[in-house]
Design a binder for this molecule. Structure first.
Ligand code: FEO
Ligand code: CA
Ligand code: CA
Length: 633
């Protein structure tokens, strides 16, 4: 739907990647046509429906579920596009080619595809200038290639690899509006073939050596980069998630060992097909390449020449994000989830203290420390409100059976096969741990357990923090470390919410916890973020069919919760087929950056440009208030 004849973009609009014809208001799609001008994506007039205002923390009107191909927001809020897939990062760089015929080389110089987790790094002393590091998780062949199918050549595999990884961009605020700075010397792509160093206890281990890298310390590329972390010393952490999907085998009879199987190695490669044209991803000839991925990678966004580093001390698994905290005695803590059905929650504690006065002194802090995995007890509390205790189990070679007798010859092997080591320790198998965040107010840790249709079978007992069989909707787990010290080895846990559909399934357990209502219900919580005031922001990656078990939930969305009262309100709804993932706040909290990933994943969207027959493009959007106030207040 085009609301304007004029198709000439202004300078500002070109900067933010929008043409005038693309402006469309949520209200228009809801039948209440309303054009606001400027670079607005939407200014929602959707009916507020969450009823009375009780939380002191939440100052906006909750909005209704929606199914349109647009961004819906509470009254008084507006959104614009910061950057979209394919936008050139450099001066005179190749423009986005919607035909799908753009080259691999071009994609290496453009904003990557399917943006996910992101962090904002303000320039010291300048409130209007920052760098953003943004993950590009994967690519959708339907839109990447003109033929819309699997890659058919080495060049096409390269193009897919060029679309993944990380984009570092400069952003500046002009007249209250944050904008991408094309041509900044800081703009950088890190992708599936960027040279990366391996450090920590597993660096140089035989399991990391390949014919191309006999040292086991130099890897090409990072890909399937899900969410993120930001260290107190100013670096970015990008987390390698579904790396196994990129590998396959030219030997249909190849037999995989226990470790390869546990990480999901298969002959077929999950519809990604790189191994047919890039031998690095062929497990028949390069089995150890698989061990070189699945790590947390540290990047210095302020040094475009710096080589990213895979930090093996943090363990190898399908990393979702990395949440930083600090022990009472000043050491760094990294909380991490392994997103697969029945996998675990981990924490790493550094050996050395953080030096807050000299950021560079922390350069190798994440190379030395101890990795732990969580065990949760069966819980008590009453039905629908489980709670209990838990403990952290140390994953150190030579302790508690992590020795040669159980197949671990060294600490390197414990870390490379962290999943196997955690199973030896009888850690608790969780409902797909996604993001973890730490409250800036009281240090409690929150983790989304997104869903798990296998709960109740396959050795995954129902109970404790995973209370529902065939869990369709997910829950948010919360724990408090003993003595409020992130160094503690024990904690108390409860469930902040249990998602559900009280419209379709009145009453527990499928209706969810008491703070889930027909007005705010959603499924599959995934992304999480705290703002400085302690509001908890929840993003979803769920079933957006709006039918059956999911009737009334609409498209994927972002909600906001008051951790103290448990109240939850829907703040934003994304366009058709998208996942909402990635969140970062400007330092003054007057802009929130939100990731819209894979709009039109299976068709049906032309977000954000809404050109006739146009392609949908994953984008980072900037949401602010018309009165310039603090987001959410
Ligand atoms: Fe990339 Fe588990 O989400
Ligand atoms: Ca996710
Ligand atoms: Ca997810």
């Amino acid at each position: 739907m085009n609301l304007l004849e004029n198709n000439q973009p202004t300078d500002l609009e070109q900067m933010v990647g929008l043409s005038r014809r693309s402006f469309i208001s949520a209200g228009a799609l809801c039948g209440a046509a309303m054009f606001m001008g400027g670079s607005l994506l939407s200014r929602s007039v959707l009916a507020a429906s969450t009823g009375e205002v009780s939380s002191q923390l939440l100052g906006f009107q909750g909005i209704a579920a929606a199914t349109g191909d647009t961004i819906s927001l509470p009254p008084g809020y507006k959104a614009s596009v910061l950057i979209s897939w394919g936008q050139p990062l450099h001066q005179d760089g190749p423009a986005f080619d919607p035909s799908g015929n753009g080259s691999a080389k071009a994609h290496e110089q453009q904003f990557g595809d399917n943006n996910d987790g992101m962090s904002l790094f303000p320039f010291p002393g300048d409130n209007n200038r920052a760098l953003m590091a943004i993950n590009n998780e994967y690519t959708n062949y339907r839109y990447l290639f003109a033929h819309g199918g699997q890659p058919t050549s080495a060049e096409e595999v390269h193009k897919a690899q060029a679309s993944e990884g990380v984009s570092v961009i400069e952003v500046r605020r002009n007249n209250g509006q944050w904008q991408f700075v094309q041509g900044s010397r800081y703009n950088r792509r890190i992708h599936g073939n960027t040279p990366i160093r391996v450090s920590g206890p597993a660096a140089g281990d035989d399991l990391l050596k390949t014919s191309a890298d006999k040292s086991g310390t130099q890897v090409l590329g990072t890909f399937q980069n899900c969410a993120n972390g930001m260290t107190p010393w100013g670096t970015y952490l990008t987390c390698e998630e579904n790396f196994t999907d990129c590998f396959g085998s030219s030997n249909p009879a190849q037999v995989f060992d226990a470790a390869q199987t546990r990480y999901g190695a298969s002959v077929a490669s999950k519809e990604i097909g790189w191994h047919h044209h890039d031998p690095r991803f062929d497990l028949a000839s390069n089995p150890n390449e698989l061990n070189r991925h699945g790590w947390v990678v540290e990047i210095d966004p302020f040094d475009p020449q710096s080589r990213p580093v895979k930090r093996t001390a943090l363990g190898r698994f399908k990393h979702e994000n990395a949440a930083l905290a600090e022990t009472r005695d000043g050491r760094a803590v990294v909380y991490m989830g392994d997103d697969e059905r029945g996998e675990f929650i981990y924490k790493f504690i550094s050996r050395d203290r953080i030096d807050h006065s000299n950021p560079k002194a922390n350069r190798d802090l994440l190379d030395h420390g101890t990795l732990y995995v969580a065990r949760f007890d069966a819980g008590d509390g009453h039905p629908g409100q489980p709670k209990g205790q838990g403990q952290w189990l140390e994953l150190t070679h030579g302790k508690h059976g992590l020795d040669a007798g159980n197949g671990f010859a060294s600490q390197a092997q414990v870390l490379i096969n962290a999943r196997l080591a955690a199973s030896v320790m009888h850690a608790t198998r969780m409902d797909r741990p996604e993001w973890i965040v730490v409250s800036p107010k009281d240090g409690q840790v929150y983790c989304t357990l997104t869903n798990n249709v296998k709960r109740g079978e396959d050795g995954q007992p129902v109970g404790g923090p995973n209370p529902r069989e065939k869990n369709l909707y997910g829950q948010i787990l919360r724990w408090r470390e003993s003595g409020d010290d992130h160094a503690a080895m024990t904690f108390g846990w409860d469930l902040f919410l249990i998602a559900g559909n009280p419209g379709v399934h009145p009453g527990k357990p499928k209706g969810g916890s008491a703070n889930i209502t027909p007005q705010n219900m959603f499924n599959s919580p995934d992304g999480l973020g705290f703002d400085k005031d302690g509001r908890l922001w929840i993003q979803t990656d769920g079933d957006a069919s709006n039918t059956g078990d999911f009737a009334g939930m609409g498209n994927n969305q972002m909600l906001c919760a008051d951790p103290a009262t448990g109240e939850i309100r829907r703040f934003m709804v994304g366009p058709v087929g998208c996942e909402v993932t990635g969140i970062s706040f400007a330092p003054d909290q007057r802009t929130v950056f939100v990731g819209i990933q894979h709009p039109g994943e299976s068709g049906g969207s032309t977000f954000p440009e809404h050109l006739p027959n146009g392609k949908p493009r994953s984008s980072v959007i900037a949401i602010s208030r018309e009165d310039g106030g603090v987001i959410g207040s």
